[in-house]
Design a protein around this ligand. Sequence first.
Ligand code: SD4
Length: 340
Amino acid sequence: MPVISFLSAVLFLSLLPPCWGGLPLVINTWSFKDATTTAWKTLNSGGSILDALERGCAQCQSEQCDGSVGYGGSPDEKGETTLDAMIMNGDTMEVGAVGDLRRIKDAIGVARAVMERTKHTLLVGESASIFAENMGFAAEDLTTNKSLDMFTKWLNGNCQPNYRQNVSPDPLTSCGPYKPSAVLQQRRSVQHIDIHAHDTIGMIVINQTGNVAAGTSTNGAKHKVPGRVGDSPIAGAGAYADSAVGGAAATGDGDVMMRFLPSYLAVELMRTGTDPTTACQTAIKRIKQHFPHFFGAVICANTTGGYGAACNKVPGFSSFPFMVYNLQSTDPVQRAVDCI
Ligand code: SD4
């Protein structure tokens, strides 16, 4: 290579942001390394972006990543574990998702079946489970000794904390059954997800030619009201992908975050040329304006291989780890951002 073009190549590389490593790229929330590796290997052995996304998230489901993905975690008020998941194809803008899925372990697999084997986008609850069984997914009990133990301790502690408000008897001291209270408080408080029992997997996969898939899998919020569906299976909230731009995925207080469609907002900002880190920060700041104490983080990546993340600083959560796999290393690398 002539000296001039070598120097200009060096100059070009030095001008690139630090969070850049070209394509392909796999990035996911938290330190779920095996999920990253599985997605990367799937992509590099000829699998599609959807295969990589599905297998990466499925890895976390079977490992029960941090107890908050897959079976046997986050029991609801009745002690049952229910699952939310989604997958989005940024080439076709197709989405498949499941919410409040019961008795089926492979939530991301069912989400993909919704996308590929129906004309719908989101199936929920008991009917989603029946759909899954009909599609060949095994029905199993999602309860484990650990989730049973968590549930029993919660019951013995007067069902604290819980997600009820404006009901009687007082949800701060009782297990119900609840009835609507006579007076409705005007400014209702937010029940935060336990930041020590969090960790939805949100993943973005971008192949060599810039095709993007994004998705999520989670068992949601611990001690949720039965029937609750969080942000993870909602397109634009839990994740979003557009192969013209990039992808984003979110984790945290889903009940709050889903009102702001942070993944959609981040992708739209990147569409206008905003770099991934700033796009993620803006999505977090938008929520923070209204809910300063929400717990949450967003990851973002664009089709040139740039990536970034942001999180909201709250007590006990000042930095957010995420995994990145690209051609710059032979293993997935854990990165972290300081929360804002
Ligand atoms: C939910 N967003 O169901 C998920 C939970 C989560 O970190 O991501 N926790 O609200």
